[in-house]
Ligand binder design. Structure first.
Ligand code: ADP
Length: 449
């Protein structure tokens, strides 16, 4: 290895390093430039997003202002229009020539159509402006349905249509919700059903779903008709504002195309949904659900009366099963309330007592379908009371009334003690309504010897 060789190699390495450094510098410059470009794009995007947010807020504000304007206008128009309708009716009641009566009746019909259009616009704009409130007031569902369909019975009869309305037995009769808005949706659907049906029948059915833990229950309404039906591709769009299936047909029938979109919005505000099943030429079924509360006040009142003196309190609902006559012995006031509310809500008839002695006194063979017996109670506990009841049954030669123990702690051996004392089953607290009803239905359907 000569010194020249080393010198040459050193020079070659220096050159290579220099070239690598230059390459690195070029790449860093490119990266820097790319980064700058990204920063510029980012700044542009941010500016655009800001502009879009401003435009969106302005559009929302505009919609709100427009809706507020519409709401105010339709409200203002309604007042004089009501005057026109009212006055026309007054004149119609007076002595008129046939011709005058005909003209005035036409004026009244037109004024009424205008009034429904204005009412619909008022509703829709109020909903869009977010100023429509859903009320929560207690009311009788049965009365609401009866009153709402009453005028339609006549209308259907005039068209030669059969009309029926039916409420399932288990639907709670008193609920808390917005009766005015529920009535509005039913009115729209039943009105449409009669409008678009020339022969056959129209029916309204009301059912309910599972009661939630917080006492809410979904009501399910179905309005069925045997009318013209709705083509499949229109079955969703009819829920949009100003949409009608066929202009020529609906012009014949009248209408605004606003009813269903308002109904859909109202139902949504009541935590429900609306949909249609339809076969063109066969008819349609419009379904909608709304969430209401079971009227606890009514139940509370029943519970309070039931606790004040042991006498029959009959529930205001039922879960589709046969209502039972139950004796409940429970000393804890909170549990008493819970038990009686649960049972009354299911439509059972209940007598409440707060100790074992009163339970024995209230007992008569055949008087109750079952007894729910707390285990630890003052005066006489559940075991003693059960033993006394079994003794009475034996002495009178009567069949055993099922007794379900309610125990605070599901201790090992509890079941044995309960059975030994003459009970048929036991439930451990806190009582779950599903367990309670499952136990009751099992005990009552299987005859106890
Ligand atoms: P309107 O009835 O005032 O036109 P709606 O919003 O209530 O407005 O209904 C929208 C359209 O949906 C109706 O114009 C009609 O074409 C169709 N439609 C609604 N209900 C029925 C029905 N029961 N049978 C057939 N078509 C219906």
């Amino acid at each position: 290895m000569t010194p020249e060789y080393f010198a040459k190699r050193l020079a070659r390495e220096k050159q290579a390093r220099k070239e690598a450094e230059q390459l690195l510098e070029r790449k860093s410059a490119q990266l820097y430039e790319a980064n700058q470009q990204l920063l510029r794009i980012n700044a542009q995007l941010e500016a655009q997003a800001k502009d879009l947010a401003i435009a969106r807020d302005a559009a929302l504000e505009l919609t709100k202002t427009r809706s507020m304007f519409l709401a105010n206008m339709s409200h203002e128009i309604r007042t004089p229009l009501n005057g026109v309708v009212g006055m026309t009716e007054l004149v119609l009641e007076s002595k008129l020539s046939a011709e005058q009566r005909e003209y005035l009746s036409m004026a009244k019909t037109s004024a009424n159509s205008l009034l429904s259009l204005i009412n619909a616009i008022l509703d829709l704009s109020k909903i869009e402006a977010g100023s429509l409130e859903i009320e929560a007031i207690p009311f009788s569902l049965q009365d609401l349905v009866n009153e709402t369909v009453y005028p339609f019975r006549l209308h259907a009869a005039q068209k030669g249509l059969a009309f029926s309305s039916e409420m399932a037995a288990n639907v709670p009769r008193r609920v808390v919700g917005d009766p005015g808005r529920i009535r509005q949706v039913i009115t729209n659907l039943v009105g449409n059903a009669i409008k678009f049906t020339s022969s056959g029948e129209v029916s309204l059915r009301v059912r309910d779903g599972e009661v939630t833990a917080c006492g809410e229950v979904p009501l399910q309404f179905a309005v069925r008709d045997t009318g013209i039906g709705i083509p499949r591709d229109k079955q969703n769009t009819i829920f949009n504002a100003f949409t009608q299936v066929d202009g020529s047909i609906t012009r014949r029938f009248g209408g605004t195309g606003l009813g269903l979109s308002i109904a859909a919005k109202l139902v949504e505000m009541m935590s429900g949904r609306i949909w249609v099943e339809s076969e063109p030429g066969q008819g349609s079924t419009f379904h909608f659900t709304v969430l209401v509360k079971v009227d606890d006040m009514a139940i509370e009142q029943q519970v309070a009366t039931a606790m004040a003196a042991p006498r029959w309190e009959v529930g205001i609902g039922s879960a589709g099963h046969q209502p039972l006559r139950l004796l409940v012995a429970e000393d804890n006031p909170v549990n008493t309330r819970l038990m009686s509310a649960l049972l009354l809500r299911q439509g059972h008839a209940v007598q409440m007592v707060s100790n074992g002695r009163d339970a024995v006194q209230a007992f008569q063979p055949g008087r109750f379908d079952a007894i729910l017996m707390d285990v630890s109670m003052p005066e006489m506990d559940g075991f003693e009371a059960t033993a006394a009841i079994r003794r009475i049954e034996r002495e009178l030669g009567q069949r055993r009334t099922p007794i379900v123990a309610l125990t605070a702690h599901a201790m090992k051996g509890d079941m044995e003690r309960c059975i030994e004392a003459g009970m048929d089953d036991y439930l451990s607290k806190p009582i779950r309504s599903a367990d309670l009803f499952e136990k009751l239905s099992r005990l009552i359907t299987v005859p106890v010897s």
